[in-house]
Design a protein around this ligand. Structure first.
Ligand SMILES: [Ca+2]
Length: 349
């Protein structure tokens, strides 16, 4: 059945007692702090909590968001083959008052009446292509008005397709990416500033690849990411400079609940730990962060911090946070379980 084919395998929520061992790097760093370090030889790690007012429910149905991209105040998304809208370029309707959030600790709580959900609408639909299982997206070009959208496909579609941003018209296809037919394969994609190179992450091999944007494939392996468990998305960070020497890639580790800050050569410069001890769903019910599937870079702040959005798809049943002494008479978690998060990620050197 379709649900079992959902890419980026999930895992049950981690018990609270195992959330952060006392000697772990994440436990040493204050949540949301702007600095942190770890034992020598390991990359610095900083624990990060969602910004006030987040997460929010992602639409009113199970969209299975698997790819995200942000541009000029708009957040776009695609879903995998299990979502209610497949072969569709989605736009997530962001709240209009999110532009200013005070930095760091001491940020005021979100107003009680702040909406707990964001809308999702279909911008356009594409036809054709080898398979509807879109797993990652990148907007081309990296700056300025969007022209096209690059999508990685999975599930017997070891390919990358390009669609028009305005009309979703299928413009091209590049294959193979890996040369295999595995269902667990390339998940995330990021595009270089010159538009000529795509960076890809392989979920289960936890490996970063690159490939010319127009092919030929298969993609070239750059590095395996040490400690990663399930790489599901990537975003390109130009660090606010024209040179590419300092550029980084943000790699989302779904099952590890982390984002890696990685150089273009695959060296891990730092780790943002998204798995704090306490997490809640938009209704305030305790919830362990699971099924983080998509990542988009929103903005860079003056101190180098990055604002990002991250979305969850639907974890396997039983839904991990709905049964802790709570019934589900209203069928809320049957109807929707996806959430959208917003984080501020402090910079690593
Ligand atoms: Ca740069």
């Amino acid at each position: 059945m379709a649900a079992t084919l959902t890419a980026c395998a999930s895992r049950p929520p981690r018990p609270p007692s195992a959330a952060a061992p006392a000697d772990s790097p994440s436990a040493a760093a204050a949540h949301g702090s702007s600095s942190g370090s770890s034992r020598s030889g390991e990359p610095p790690t900083v624990a990060v909590t969602p910004l006030p007012g987040w997460p929010r429910w992602l639409g009113d149905a199970n969209h299975q968001i698997s790819g995200l991209a942000y541009r000029d105040g708009h957040l776009y998304a695609v879903s995998d083959q299990s979502g209610v809208e497949t072969r569709a370029l989605l736009e997530i309707e962001l709240p209009s008052n999110e532009s200013v959030v005070p930095p760091g600790e001491g940020a005021p709580p979100a107003p009680a009446d702040l909406a707990r959900s964001v809308g999702v609408r279909v911008r356009c639909r594409w036809q054709g292509g080898p398979h509807p299982d879109a797993e990652g997206m990148a907007i081309d070009p990296m700056n300025g008005p969007p022209q096209s959208v690059l999508l990685t496909l999975e599930t017997h579609a070891d390919a990358l397709v390009e669609i028009g941003f305005d009309d979703c018209a299928l413009r091209g296809q590049v294959a193979p990416l890996t040369g295999s037919d595995s269902n667990e394969g390339i998940e995330g994609i990021a595009l270089s500033p010159d538009g000529g190179t795509v960076y890809l992450v392989h979920e289960t091999r936890t490996t970063l690849f690159s490939m010319p944007r127009a092919g030929p494939g298969p993609a070239r392996e750059i590095a395996r990411i040490p400690g990663a468990r399930s790489l599901c998305d990537a975003a390109y960070d130009d660090r606010g400079t024209a040179t590419t020497d300092d550029d980084r890639l943000l790699l989302l580790d779904r099952n590890g609940r982390r984002i890696y800050d990685v150089t273009l050569q695959g060296r891990v410069a730092g780790v943002w730990d998204l798995d704090p001890d306490v997490a809640r769903d938009p209704d305030g019910i305790p919830y362990s962060l699971v099924a983080l599937e998509a990542l988009a870079l929103e903005a860079r702040e003056p101190d180098g911090s990055l604002l990002v959005y991250a979305a969850t798809d639907t974890p396997p049943r039983p839904f991990p946070y709905s049964r802790r002494g709570k019934d589900d008479d209203a069928g809320r978690y049957e109807r929707r379980v996806g959430m959208l998060y917003r984080f501020r990620l402090p910079p690593f050197p």
